[in-house]
Structure formats: C-alpha cells, structure tokens
Design a protein around this ligand. Structure first.
Ligand code: SF4
Length: 312
C-alpha cells in the first residue's frame, strides 16, 4: 500500500488506519522537531500533488478486503508533509464518509485554515487536530520555520473561524520545545489565542522522537504540567512520559512495522503499543528485521530508536 498505513494504536484515537496524502514530504513548514526529515518541497501552493483516484482506489481495496483481524476505530488523514496542501483532501473525506461509518480524523498544521475552501472541506470530518505551537511571531518562526507566505495572524483567525462552525471535535495540539516557544510570554500569547479559538481540547506535547534539529529539546513532565495549569479549557498532556499497559496478544506483521518505521523512528515501547505486542515478540521481530538489514537503530537522549535503513 502506498497511501494507507497501519492500523496502528494511537493514544488519542484508538486503532487508526492512516492515510498519507503526500508520501514525499511537501510542507509549508520546516519544524525543528519534525520527525519526517527536512521539507523537500517547501510551498504554500495547494494542488493535487498525488492522484486522488489512486488514494480512493486504495481505500476501496482495503474496505473490499473485508474485516481486519483488529477492527479499526478511525480513519486518520495525515501526510508526510501538510495534508491540507493537497487539493483532493475534501474529496477523500467525503468518500470515506460515504463508504464507511467509521469516524474520520485529520491531523494538520492548521496553517491553511484561513482559506474558506479548506475550512469547508474539513467540516465533513469528525475530528480535526490542528497544531498551534506559538502565538508570537518570533517563536512561531523559530519552532515552525514557515514559508514566507504563512502568516501567524491569519492562522489564528482561520482556526477561530473554523472552530466557530465545526460540528465535530476540534483538538488543538501545542508542541513546546525548551527555550524555543515555552517562555512566559509565549504561554501568555497562547492563552490569549486559545481564549479566542476555544477548541474542545488542548493537547500539550513536547519533543519526543529524534527531531530534525538536535537543538530541539523536550520539556519535563513537571514543566508541561505547570504550563497546562496556565492554559484555558480542557488541557491534557499527550507526551508519552509513562509506559502504557499493553495487550499481550497478537503476532506482528513485518510489513506493518516496516510501514510504521518508514514514517517515523520509534522506540521498542512505541512499537509494542502501536502493534499491540508484548515485549518479547517485539524484541524478536526487531532482531529479525535488524539481522535482515531492513532496519537500524540509533540512540537519542538515552533512548534507542528504530527506523528503516532507507531513512536511517
Ligand atoms: S508541519 Fe508537520 S510535516 Fe510539516 S515540518 Fe512541521 S512537523 Fe513536519
């Protein structure tokens, strides 16, 4: 499968089948914490980057193949870059809503919400999770390194307009990096923006996986907790500080793991959680793939990450 990946266990969404609208990274940001790698196509142009008919054909083939071993909870539209840059987004959402009763979630950097066409297409989704990492121009430029055409004021206005009409769930993600976008001034500006946007939930995150830039450092759990108390509304910390309880059941699919590692480096515990595997089975699978030369490991901040050799 070129566009579909998983299903993977998502902490936020349950068992999620991912749909990657832009397999080569196309984005209007070049975030210092990006897990995908440097932005190769840096653009604000919205167009059909991948043939929409091919994405829809893959979705239909997946559904025609029948019930999976583990029934999925949600379809999650994402991209190796920014999914709203793909002009076929609305068509993909509408198709999913027509052919399945499962909820549709969209992960986005939120930068194109100032466009009426993007807001209108996203109205059909059930859950929309945009990012807003900074509400001060200086910090926005440091953390997201946007293209010239991206305008912070327009982004916040677009988020507010979307939130005002959206009938589904809007969860706003904020990723904080140490000494980049976590100052008291940043938190105050974010607070003001959140008062304006009023998302159903705010999800606080920090740098976890190997970032694009080594200087992108995480906040501690204590620091995130303190900041969460200063923000309005329902605020939850989604950074994975704790090991989660795992189900000790299914056998792993190598292809599932390879697809997952092609998109981002993962720790052994990430893999256990995503594939619902116990530690022993995961270790066996990783050993086998490493011996075959399919994957490699690297150390980052005291943790071992696995990734496919193409991106290692
Ligand atoms: S918006 Fe997402 S894909 Fe684009 S650079 Fe930032 S983290 Fe990477």
């Amino acid at each position: 499968m070129k566009y579909l990946f998983g299903p993977v266990n998502s902490r936020r969404l349950g068992l999620s089948l991912g749909i990657d609208l832009l397999p080569p990274k196309i984005c209007n940001f070049n975030c210092i914490y990006c897990e995908v790698g440097p932005t190769t196509t840096f653009t604000c142009e919205r167009k059909e980057y991948t043939p929409n008919a091919d994405i829809i054909a893959e979705i239909d083939a997946f559904l025609a193949a029948g019930q999976q071993a583990r029934p999925i909870d949600v379809f999650t539209i994402t991209a190796s870059g920014e999914p709203t840059l793909h002009s076929g987004l609305g068509q993909v959402i509408n198709h999913l809503k027509a052919v399945t009763a499962k909820p549709v979630a969209v992960l986005t950097n939120g930068s194109l919400f100032f466009r009426a066409d993007v807001r209108q297409e996203l109205q059909q989704a059930d859950i929309v999770i945009p990012s807003l990492d900074a509400a001060r121009e200086e910090s926005f430029r440091r953390i997201n390194r946007p293209a010239q055409c991206a305008n912070l004021e327009e982004i916040i206005t677009g988020l507010r307009l979307f939130a005002g009409n959206f009938r589904g769930e809007l969860w706003l993600e904020i990723l904080l990096a140490k000494d980049i976008n976590d100052s008291p001034e940043d938190v105050a500006a974010l607070r003001q923006a959140l008062d304006d946007i009023r998302p159903a939930r705010v999800q606080l995150n920090t740098v976890a996986r190997p970032p694009l830039e080594k200087y992108a450092r995480p906040l501690t759990e204590k620091e995130l907790t303190e900041i969460s108390r200063l923000l309005p509304g329902t605020v939850e910390i989604i950074a994975g500080f704790r090991t989660r309880k795992r189900e000790n059941t299914r056998s792993a699919q190598k292809t599932e793991l390879l697809e997952m590692l092609q998109r981002r480096p993962c720790t052994e515990s990430d893999i256990c959680e995503a594939l619902n595997l116990d530690g022993q089975s995961t270790a066996r699978l990783l050993r086998e793939l490493t011996e075959n030369g399919d994957i490699a490991q690297s150390a980052h901040r005291g943790k071992i990450y696995y990734q496919t050799l193409q991106t290692a």
